[in-house]
Design a protein around this ligand. Structure first.
Ligand code: GMT
Length: 385
């Protein structure tokens, strides 16, 4: 697209994958000359280093009043969206995670009499865990049907959305992306923090928000089985509800001195680039951003057969796909690779090539720009369902 666009982006600003995808896209769009406005309740984590003249940040302040059972985030966000669109003449809002962002954006659009377009990206649990709850199903379906375009981060999520919501709008698939300069094997080589890696020992890594769906304690179980056969270290990166359970499992299985629990980290690219294999035994994963980032760092991936993971990680090429809950199977694959360095290197290089060729942020940004172009050339067409 030749025209420079004015784009508003809303996401959850935390370490979660949807916020990361939204932020990396916003940075890439700004670097390509588009005017980008983040409308979020806090500065997104990965934006903290990149805030410059081309990216504006508009904080959403939510009133906390004693009468309210809950803070009215959805309404405060809609008000802020309408203000920002109006003040800066934005062409479109691109919101990430349907609940409640797609609803707020629709409200803002109604407030401004349809003067801009709304694109929603569905990321996963907004469809599979939250949006399909009976309390939210009708409003989620309404928002999906009344946005100008809706994307899902994998074909699997597109199918889940159709199955769950039977939408009247077509869903486009635009996958997650990765910054291949930041996430590259090179960063690991110069990294001062290499002391997490014991000289000569292979490194395994797990990166997640430690919600039950990520099965972090299973990573420890896999690792304990691996240690029965080959020496290694394990980095556990992130924080969340299952962190204490994973720590307890490490103590109970007697492997705690070989595991480093590192919490939420901004240098996750360095940690991945210093590792050999990423373990992702998730119960559900619409795409698997951490797997893609690891692949870009030349780290092989061993993941469970769920959601979009088998489309991302080519079984036997970039790593291995194992059946869900198959602790023994995953451990066997790790051992197989650690005992065969030539095979491991081959997989690491294939993984990097796949990330560069198919998922680098410039490629994915072009897909979004084509979508923006399409919706901006369409007349207003609202189906109230
Ligand atoms: O759906 C979630 O769990 C939240 C979301 C997030 O914000 O972290 O994660 C999802 O979005 C990522 C980015 O699109 C995907 O790579 C993750 O696979 C997906 N998580 C799940 O489906 C569990």
């Amino acid at each position: 697209m030749d025209r420079k666009l004015k784009i508003g982006i809303t996401c959850y600003p935390t370490f979660g994958g949807s916020g990361v995808v939204a932020t990396e896209l916003g940075i890439a769009l700004a670097n390509s000359g588009h005017e980008v406005h983040f409308i979020t309740n806090r500065l997104p984590v990965r934006l903290q280093k990149s805030l410059d003249a081309d990216i504006s940040f508009h904080g959403v302040n939510v009133l906390n009043y004693a009468l309210f059972p809950h803070e009215p985030y959805t309404l405060a966000l809609a008000s802020k969206m309408a203000q920002v669109v109006d003040s800066y003449g934005l062409d479109l809002l691109h919101v990430h995670y349907a609940i409640p962002h797609a609803v707020s954006a629709h409200l803002a659009k109604e407030m401004l009499d349809g003067r801009f377009k709304v694109v929603t990206t569905l990321h996963g649990t907004d469809i599979t865990l939250v949006g399909n709850d009976p309390s939210l199903h009708p409003i989620t379906r309404f928002a999906i049907n009344n946005n100008d375009a809706v994307t899902a981060v994998s074909e699997w999520l597109r199918q889940e959305t159709i199955r769950e919501f039977n939408p009247t709008i077509d869903i486009d698939v635009i996958e997650n992306s990765v910054d291949i300069e930041q996430f590259s094997p090179e960063v690991g080589r110069e990294w001062a923090g290499r002391h997490y890696c014991e000289e000569g020992l292979p490194n395994l890594i797990h990166v997640s928000n430690f919600r039950p769906v990520k099965k972090a304690p299973d990573v420890i179980r896999v690792f304990a089985k691996v240690l029965e056969q080959v020496p290694a270290r394990l980095l556990m990166v992130g924080d969340g509800p299952d962190l204490p359970t994973a720590m307890q499992a490490a103590r109970e299985l007697g492997v705690h001195d070989k595991v480093s629990f590192l919490g939420n980290r901004e240098d996750v690219n360095f940690l991945m680039a210093s590792s050999d294999i990423l373990l992702m035994p998730s119960q559900s994963e619409s795409f698997g951003l951490a797997a893609l980032e690891a692949m870009a760092c030349e780290t092989a991936v061993i993941a469970s057969r769920t959601g979009g993971l088998p489309d991302l990680v080519r079984d036997g090429i970039d790593g291995y796909i194992c059946e869900q809950d198959d602790i023994d199977g995953m451990a066997a694959r790790v051992v197989e690779l650690l005992r065969n360095p030539a095979r491991l290197t081959e997989m690491k290089q294939a993984a990097r090539a796949r990330a560069v060729d198919s998922y680098r942020v410039e490629i994915i940004m072009e897909k979004y720009l084509a979508l923006y172009d399409r919706v901006l050339s369409e007349k207003r067409n609202i189906a109230l369902v």
